[in-house]
Design a protein around this ligand. Structure first.
Ligand code: HEC
Length: 254
């Protein structure tokens, strides 16, 4: 009886000290410092078991379908490269700075089980930087990405470039939308070269609200360059500056 009381006392004290420590900000949330072993283990178990029990193998379509694969390439290039890299690329600012670090899908794309890849792409992973693409993309386009990931590690930079060119850019249907209401984003691989932000500059051809409308299109390049938002790599000065936004430069030292 006495042992149980001592045990309860210790558990309660540890709980109170733990909660007080959290309240005082003892746990560092910075992305440039690794989790403690116990927190890492907890989060990893949450993610792995949580994903495992939710995946559905029976829903996998024909991933060898040429059209599915074709669509996947353009969407991957427009939406995933900034974090998950492309053939010939080993690093990017987002890839380096995020914690957990996004895996290089060029290295492991063919090792991720299709049902797992589909679930993670559709629903994202909380507090990790991996977005829930299912909020803006239909299932068919997500399977296109899954199909493309399986081929990615075998592609040379040239093969990759060709696959993106053939794919017609960034094209996907909205969730629940019929095939004919697909919207097409104008951006192509060229549109994303020169920066690895992973944040594509979209132009919608339909009546959807345009992302471009949120950008200061009326500003002149000179105005932009004088603002603190100027962000350009000195070695990546664009040859032409067709719009104020594209003319904006991305400059910083590591
Ligand atoms: C802003 C960065 C970011 C973007 C953009 C992004 N991801 Fe991710 N992704 C992550 C991170 C971070 C993880 C790791 C999450 C974790 O381990 O908890 C991840 C994990 C994944 C995984 C799981 C790999 C595995 O088995 O462990 C897949 C598959 C994936 N992403 C596919 C994609 C695809 C496809 C796209 C584009 C449609 C995309 N991601 C866009 C950050 C990103």
């Amino acid at each position: 009886m006495k042992t149980i009381r001592i045990l309860v006392f210790f558990v309660l004290t540890a709980g109170i000290v733990g909660i007080a420590a959290l309240g005082f900000g003892a746990y560092n949330p910075a992305a440039d410092e690794q989790h403690s072993r116990i927190v890492y283990w907890l989060l990893q178990t949450l993610r792995e078991r949580g994903v495992e029990v939710r995946t559905d193998k029976s829903a996998i379509p024909d991933l060898g379908n040429a059209e599915t694969l074709r669509i996947g390439a353009g969407n991957y290039n427009a939406m995933c490269v900034g974090c998950h890299l492309k053939p010939g690329q080993t690093d990017s600012e987002l890839h380096r700075g995020l914690y957990p670090q996004p895996p290089s899908l060029v290295a492991i794309g063919d090792h991720v089980a299709p049902e797992r890849a589909f679930w993670i792409i559709k629903h994202g992973i909380k507090a990790s930087g991996m977005p829930a693409w299912g909020k803006s993309m239909d299932d068919r386009s997500i399977w296109g990405l899954v199909a493309f990931l399986r081929t990615l590690p075998r592609l040379s930079p040239e093969d990759y470039h060709e696959a993106v060119e053939r794919s017609g850019g960034h094209t996907h249907g909205a969730p629940g939308a019929a095939a004919h209401s697909q919207h097409h984003h104008e951006s192509t691989e060229h549109g994303h070269d020169g920066h690895d932000s992973g944040i594509p500059e979209h132009q919608h051809n339909d009546n959807q609200p345009s992302h471009a409308g949120q950008l200061p299109l009326t500003a002149t390049p000179a105005e932009n360059n004088s603002s603190s938002a100027a962000h350009s790599h000195a070695d990546e000065t664009p040859a032409t500056a067709p719009t104020a936004v594209e003319g904006n430069t991305h400059t910083h030292r590591p």
